[in-house]
Design a protein around this ligand. Structure first.
Ligand code: HEM
Length: 418
């Protein structure tokens, strides 16, 4: 999808179909979200074809309140539109993002054990080295497709480190995840993708057996050797939670890094402030996350009759929350439609909030800030040098192809790598 100027939202709100990836490809929805936030904070999205209607929350405070409350709302019938309006999620009750209650808390705690400071520091070091090596090579070449040649290589390498995937298996797993996830991005079913997903799960089963015998410092070992309420995790739970790290952590971080380059090239004053050291990478990273909001929405199903803005919402209804809108809420962010890297405070909701708050937030922040630091150290600037292509999705937003020309710093870039 090329980044042509997109049309503004139609005046008739009900003509915007949030379930259709084409809507996001064709339209700039800023006016739509502004209108909903101002006058329809609880909006009933109409049913379209066989797809039932659902509720839409667009204000920051309402979104945070829903994320917080996993008693009135559940993720166990899916947490994104495609599953919420379809057949539900087959991993419900097994995989952390689509499990609630006691089991969710326990499973999440098991996963978190694998994110120990020692492991995170080792992985952070690896992220730094990979990022600087890839970017140095790209700057040396003078130009590249930043999305394909740099950003796409970092998150999967990071997740493989976290999972403890042996180096010789990584290319195999990468090929499988590409074909498993590409159809998810498009919201389509494909047999090849289904087969690839099965092969990934099979692969993890094999690795689980190895790690039971010889545990290491990685997620697979932790999952394979943990118990909840005195019982070991089931095989399904182990492999699905390994897979959930790939699902949660690959495209999201990649899209945020790509957006950083795109946004800096369109806001040269912000690049100058970052390059001069006036603003830290830590602070700039938060604005990149708010601005990019790679996951546009999440959602829940109501399990106890409730009320939002005075409207009764019965059990069984689907309520969606739109991070893309909450992160531009003028009630919370001054000048929300400007990319301002020294924004403070910046309590964005790119990682969600509450009991399902993103487990990978620390790693995603490391990936983005290392990329910013490498850009600052190796280039004086960069510009977009060709057509930009956007991804096609109703869940994720961002760029899949970004041709960039770099202006290298005068020193030999290779000497600056580490
Ligand atoms: C949960 C966004 C990176 C793994 C979430 C949620 C959001 C989110 C909004 C909440 C979902 C919900 O409430 O239903 C992002 C963004 C990222 C990112 C924008 C990058 C910029 C990562 C990474 C990993 C990861 C790097 C893994 C290494 C997960 C998992 C959950 C989650 C496992 C489920 C947590 C739970 O349900 O308790 N993420 N994520 N994410 N994320 Fe991330």
């Amino acid at each position: 999808m090329e980044d042509l100027p997109r049309r503004a939202t139609p005046d008739d709100l009900s003509r915007v179909n949030l379930g259709d990836p084409q809507t996001f490809a064709d339209h700039d929805l800023s006016d739509y979200w502004r209108t909903l936030r101002a006058s329809r904070p609880l909006y009933r999205h109409p049913a379209v074809g066989n797809s039932p209607g659902f509720w839409v929350l667009s204000r920051y405070d309402d979104i945070v309140a829903l994320y917080r409350d996993n008693t009135t709302f559940t993720s166990e019938r899916g947490n994104v539109l495609i599953t919420l309006l379809g057949e539900g999620d087959s991993a419900a009750g097994l995989m952390v993002p689509v499990t609630d209650g006691h089991r969710h808390k326990e499973l999440r705690n098991v996963l978190l054990q694998a994110f120990s400071p020692r492991v995170l520091s080792r992985i952070g070091e690896h992220v730094r080295r990979t990022t600087r090596t890839l970017l140095a090579a790209a700057v040396d070449r003078g130009a590249c497709d930043f999305a394909l040649e740099v950003a796409s290589k970092i998150p999967m390498a990071t997740i493989c480190d976290l999972l403890g995937i042996p180096p010789q298996d990584r290319d195999y797993l990468l090929t499988l995840t590409k074909s498993a996830i590409s159809s998810d991005d498009q919201g389509e079913y494909s047999e090849a993708a289904d087969a690839a997903r099965n092969n990934i799960l099979q692969y993890f089963l094999g690795l689980v057996e190895e790690r039971r015998i010889a545990p290491q410092d990685d997620v697979v070992s932790v999952l394979a050797n943990s118990t909840i309420d005195g019982e070991p995790l089931s095989e399904d739970e182990i492999v699905l939670n390994c897979y959930s790290l790939i699902l949660g952590g690959d495209a999201t971080s990649r899209l945020a890094m790509i957006d950083a380059v795109h946004s800096f090239s369109a806001n040269l004053d912000q690049w100058a402030a970052f390059k001069s050291g006036e603003v830290s990478a830590k602070q700039a990273t938060e604005e990149v996350l708010r601005w990019a909001s790679p996951t546009m929405h999440f959602g829940r199903t109501v399990v106890q009759d409730t009320e939002i803005h005075g409207t009764p919402i019965p059990a069984g209804d689907v309520v969606t929350v739109w991070n893309v809108s909450g992160n531009r809420d003028e009630r919370v962010f001054a000048d929300p439609n400007r990319f301002l890297i020294d924004r403070s405070p910046n309590k964005h909701i790119a990682f969600g909030h509450g009991p399902h708050y993103c487990i990978g937030a620390y790693l995603a922040r490391v990936e983005i800030s290392e990329m910013l630091l490498a850009l600052r150290d190796f280039t004086t600037g960069f510009e977009i040098s060709g057509p930009v292509h956007r991804i096609y999705s109703n869940l994720l937003t961002g760029i899949s192809s970004l041709p960039v020309r770099f202006e290298p710093v005068s020193a030999e870039v290779e000497e600056l790598v580490l």
